[in-house]
Ligand binder design. Structure first.
Ligand SMILES: [Zn+2]
Length: 563
């Protein structure tokens, strides 16, 4: 079960339920080596880790570990009372050239050791695999996923394969969308990260994201380096997994969000994590090989976890776009990928973007022009009102001088917009927010304007309040009378259940499973809830129409006014 709590771009804060455990996403499943633990799982918990992942194939292949884990189970052996995700050995088949593993046997073994999230042995598709080969591997993977769905009680994953072939990835998403797994891992992406092919990686992830149900978390299998978390979270990945912290430590690598540093070149630690704060480079360099590895493992883990928290906080602040652009400076190939993906697919993200955000839009580099918020604002304002030329925004309607994102942004050229009469401002806002023509019934208005700011506060017609203009984003918040004048321009959500209608009437929020939305509703859009074709309440959508249909849990509309 997955519930959406907050969002930015395609990134989201989610509540992911695994058995009796709840995990906040985006999260990182920390890879635990079943044979060798440099950092004990108890310490990981203190560091903020909520989910760990280990490899059932590695446990199974060794007679001793097989015996211990079979007898005591994963949780007792690893001393971890949180959720444990198990991998099947697919990646080892790729990295160590191991011959095919028996799917059924590996699944049964994961059940035996009490894994919370069971992975089938999917067939790793290589970047160089041509379409017929990739298709064959995909068909076999789908067969194996069907097997795991029959052998488990819903706590399985459905890895999406298809290699570099986006049509095959799409086909995999379509075929597996109804199978209802706990997680959709995006498989076969490690080679793209190893080769810095971030543009291709991003295209694969975005293709999968837009073709899979939004109500199931997506796992970027094998990602890895903290440098890429913000970008992949922005594209909708909810789970990452990292063995990188440990593998890097073994080869003497010191991870940072801006890339990797060879620890032998360190003169001082550019970090204040507990490991770096309690040691000096001199002490580190004079320590034993094992101590060095332990130190680096700890530091790498702290950096990895801190970045996941940074990403989550950026989503909550609606600043993920800016964080992605900042991280894009870490590697030219990452920067290229961010620019490419926004140029090519920025518009595809618009349906899932908030209509207005709690933070101002900051110009953070050339990519800003292609961010979905910017493209959206330009599209919606193109055919309305008298314009003036702005250095960043181009032709902006004068009437949007106080509205999101034009006024709530820090861009080259500033935010000093020319004066515009309040009546024109209101009409422009209505047409921009609800669609061209929405203002046609708004006549003979009395506008209450702030003497201090010159902004519209309340809108009345013959003494009846039609709505207010929200000071924070300059958008119109209609009353029932205002919604009536908007007519077909305000999007509606039907409630069909009488009992639910009763709850809405007393001011409770509308939950996704009871919502029947009209098309193209966006998060943070002002909507009208109806029951038997009569207005029931007004509120702000938390989900897009697409998501309201898919989600079984969580709020669809935060109710503001009721009839
Ligand atoms: Zn550190």
């Amino acid at each position: 079960m997955f519930e959406l709590i907050d969002r930015d771009g395609l990134g989201r804060i989610g509540k992911f339920t695994v058995g009796n455990h709840k995990v906040t996403t985006p999260t990182i499943a920390i890879v635990v080596n079943p044979n060798r633990q440099v950092v004990p799982p108890e310490l990981m918990k203190k560091m903020g880790v909520e989910l760990i992942i280990t490899n059932s194939y590695i446990i199974h292949k060794n007679q001793d570990t097989r015996k211990i884990y079979s007898k005591d189970g994963l949780h007792k052996t690893l001393k971890w009372d949180g959720p444990i995700y198990t991998d099947s050995g697919t990646f080892q088949m790729y990295s160590r050239q191991i011959k095919d593993l028996p799917n059924k046997k590996i699944i049964q073994f994961q059940k035996k050791i009490k894994s919370d999230i069971i992975t089938p042995v999917d067939v790793f598709t290589l970047p160089q695999d041509d379409k017929p080969v990739a298709r064959k591997k995909l068909n076999e993977t789908i067969k194996r996923i069907k097997e795991v769905s029959q052998l488990t009680k819903g706590n399985f994953t459905a890895p999406i394969q298809g290699g570099r072939h986006l049509d095959l990835r799409k086909l995999a998403c379509k075929k597996l969308s109804k199978i209802n797994p706990l997680v959709f891992p995006i498989g076969g992406i490690v080679p793209y990260m190893e080769q810095y092919r971030y543009s291709k990686l991003a295209e694969i992830i975005l293709t999968c994201k837009l073709n899979l149900p939004f109500s199931t978390p997506i796992h970027a299998f094998g990602a890895g380096h903290p440098m890429v978390f913000a970008f992949l979270a922005y594209l909708g990945c909810d789970i990452f997994d990292s063995a990188m912290y440990s593998l890097a430590a073994q080869r003497g690598a010191y991870l940072t969000v801006n890339g990797t540093i060879d620890s032998s070149k360190l003169v001082e630690f550019p970090c204040t994590c507990p490991a770096c704060s309690c040691s000096t480079v001199k002490e580190f360099k004079s320590s034993s090989m094992f101590q060095k590895e332990k130190f680096l493992t700890l530091h790498n883990l702290y950096v990895t976890i801190a970045e996941i928290k940074t990403v989550r906080q950026a989503i909550r602040l609606n600043r993920l776009g800016e964080l992605v652009q900042i991280r894009a400076r870490a590697h030219p190939k990452l920067g290229e990928a961010v620019l490419n993906i926004l140029k090519k697919h920025g518009a595809d993200i618009i349906p899932f973007e908030k209509m207005s955000k709690s933070s101002a839009l900051f110009y953070s580099g050339a990519e800003t022009s292609y961010r979905p918020e910017v493209i959206d604002a330009k599209i919606r304002s193109k055919l309305i009102g008298k314009k003036f030329e702005h250095p960043f925004w181009g032709k902006v309607p004068l009437g949007l001088r106080s509205s999101y994102p034009f006024s709530q942004s820090v861009t080259p050229g500033g935010t000093k917009f020319p004066f515009c009469k309040p009546t024109i401002q209101l009409k422009t806002i209505l047409d921009y927010q609800f669609g061209k023509g929405a203002s046609k019934n708004f006549k003979n208005l009395q506008l209450e304007v702030s003497k201090k700011t010159g902004r519209i506060r309340r809108v009345r017609q013959c003494g009846t309040l039609l709505g207010t203009v929200r000071p924070s984003d300059g958008l119109f918040i209609p009353s029932f009378a205002g919604a009536k004048l908007l007519g077909k321009y305000i999007k509606t959500i039907k409630v069909k259940d009488k009992e639910v209608a009763g709850f809405i009437r007393i001011g409770k929020s509308l939950f996704a499973r009871f919502a029947f939305p009209s098309k193209n509703i966006r998060p943070n859009e002002e909507v009208l809830i109806t029951f038997k074709n009569k207005p029931l309440a007004l509120g702000t959508a938390c989900l897009s129409s697409h998501e309201m249909i898919q989600f079984k849990r969580g709020m669809a509309v935060k109710v503001r006014r009721r009839s």
